[in-house]
Write a protein that binds this ligand. Structure first.
Ligand SMILES: Cc1cc2nc3c(=O)[nH]c(=O)nc-3n(C[C@H](O)[C@H](O)[C@H](O)COP(=O)(O)O)c2cc1C
Length: 172
């Protein structure tokens, strides 16, 4: 799929078929994550691929987003805070760790879309409940979840502010 077609065609899909996500496809999606740029190539991401029903139940409890967690696979994208801190100190912790993991998340979402899967960025959750569900060590912070499955809905495009409202020439 051509890059602009992928960017234009992606939607947040929140209902999934039960069909499994092929292992080779999941690998391609995760590889898209690790190919993302990161501050000083610090790569502070950690991914947890959740298929286990019991772990998913805990993700549902921690997010209140049951339908989404029904997806055959949910990737929990985490920031390895120590890795960002070692590379960039406070700026690494408070800014780059989130920027780096956000780019990786979007890369995986686009890759999944290009392979015919539906995904949705899930950011509304209780941090400690999700961390506990995946047994995250102290310096690992969950930042996003990506449920992945074959789409069982065809969402309409959502609106965007026009470019001329958000683009400023040289200065505000
Ligand atoms: C940081 C972030 C957090 C989000 N959290 C959630 C969420 O918790 N639950 C949900 O259903 N959608 C969530 N979304 C998806 C947005 O609602 C969606 O991207 C937006 O409405 C635009 O729609 P589109 O993705 O179809 O273009 C999130 C998106 C982002 C980028």
């Amino acid at each position: 799929m051509e890059i602009f077609e992928a960017i234009r065609g992606r939607r947040s899909v929140r209902v999934y078929k039960k069909d499994p996500v092929k292992e080779e496809d999941l690998k391609k999606i995760l590889e898209a994550g690790i190919l993302s740029p990161s501050a000083g190539n610090s790569q502070p991401w950690e991914f947890v691929a959740v298929r286990d029903a019991k772990v998913k139940e805990k993700l549902v409890a921690g997010s209140g987003q049951g339908k989404l967690m029904d997806a055959p696979v949910v990737i929990v994208v985490c920031a390895n805070i120590s890795r960002s801190s070692k590379a960039y100190g406070e700026r690494g912790v408070s800014l780059y760790s989130f920027q780096d993991t956000a780019i990786a998340t979007y890369g995986m979402i686009l890759a999944a879309h290009a392979l015919g899967y539906g995904t949705c960025w899930v950011g509304a959750f209780n941090d400690s409940a999700v961390a506990e569900a995946i047994n995250a060590p102290k310096d690992i912070r969950p930042v996003a979840m990506i449920p992945i499955g074959r789409p069982a809905e065809k969402p309409k495009p959502t609106s965007r502010m026009p470019l001329d409202k958000v683009l400023h020439e040289n200065k505000f």
